[in-house]
Design a protein around this ligand. Sequence first.
Ligand code: URA
Length: 443
Amino acid sequence: MKYLPQEIIRKKRDGGKLSDDEIADFIAGIKTGETTDVQVAAFTMSVFFNDLSTDERVALTIALRDSGDCMDWSAMFLNGPVLDKHSTGGIGDNVSLMLAPILAVCGAYVPMISGRGLGHTGGTLDKLDSIPGYNTLPDPADFRAIVKQVGCAVIGQTPNMVPADKKMYGIRDVTASVEADALITPSILSKKLASGLDGLILDVKTGSGAFMQTLEDSERLANSLLTVSRQAGLPTSAIITDMNQPLASAVGNAVEVKNAVDFLTGAHIDARLYDVTVALCSEMLILGSMEKDQKAAEIRVKEALSSGAAAECFGRMCAALNGPKDFVENMDKYLEFAPIIVDIPSLTSGVIADINTRNIGLAAIKLGAGRTDPSAPIDFGVGFDQCLPIGTKVECGQTIARVFARSDDDAKMATDLMQKAYEIGNNYEPDKLVYKILNDKPI
Ligand code: URA
């Protein structure tokens, strides 16, 4: 190493600005073991308190990206742009499961590297694991071939993709340094840059079920992600969307997969989920220069859905990744749901005025749908469905959601938590769904 890790930490501790070279050296040392875990912990805590400039964030993003394999699609001779989306995380956010096949049908290629649940939020990878046989860690050559053939493949992070972020993220998680824009930005973007994308859309969530609960915080993170991503050479747009209630009416793993397939086939479409999915897909078609304006893009996205082509594409992706060949047609045969299914009644009459969305995520984790121990298995079959949205009029005793649980005690616990999360009142403030689209603003 050219620099002593402790000297780099000292400089940041004292509020200094690190050079690209110093950052690259420190991060390269994570791979060789010359930068130790305690030094990574001290570094991230110094950044937590003293922040990173935009240049430093870009340098950290690139250094993390270069710690492992990067995908190169040029040898695949694809006839469309390589696009992806990242969501900052929420409850009932199964958009990726629809967005990837919709974009593929529209002519883009979507090599989506998804993550597991984090904190109170759900993860796409955990949802996909509820499909029997679906391989979320295919061989990289197979992954590339499936993306070319089907148009999309949603998988997990391969072991040699951005290993320095994996190490740094694990250390941040247990040393209270997750919540810093200067660290979140490089962590998210290094993985997206390693995917060799032509364009990225960021769905930055805001509200009671998001990590960023205020619009101001969400906008600050969105701008950090946009600035750094663009400076690192990746065309990027961002949409700030509402997370003051679950996006889908289902929260869990198998229940969210069912909700997504029902959405694709048209059997059941949640209105808010539809609007966010269409907004994100349309923006991506514009970003990928596949459509000129919002109106044309929306027509194309809606057609991909209503024609059944996106559902068919999802089915082909499942089959290509070793899932059942008839998953879309016969998903009820394959998805396993917990046996105790209980209607959760409203305790009063009125209108659903507010939903403490974070507490719904925590209730799902308590049922077993998420992790309290990072290495522990999760229960794909538990969760909630039929969750009513804000603004719905309800009578006392009317079902506001259903719980899928493994025991009567768990069902009772979850019922209680849901009834507390739902606030029934006399009126409600309609929430916006899409707060801001940040696309062509030079920042
Ligand atoms: N997701 C990531 O990948 N990294 C973070 O730091 C936060 C969310």
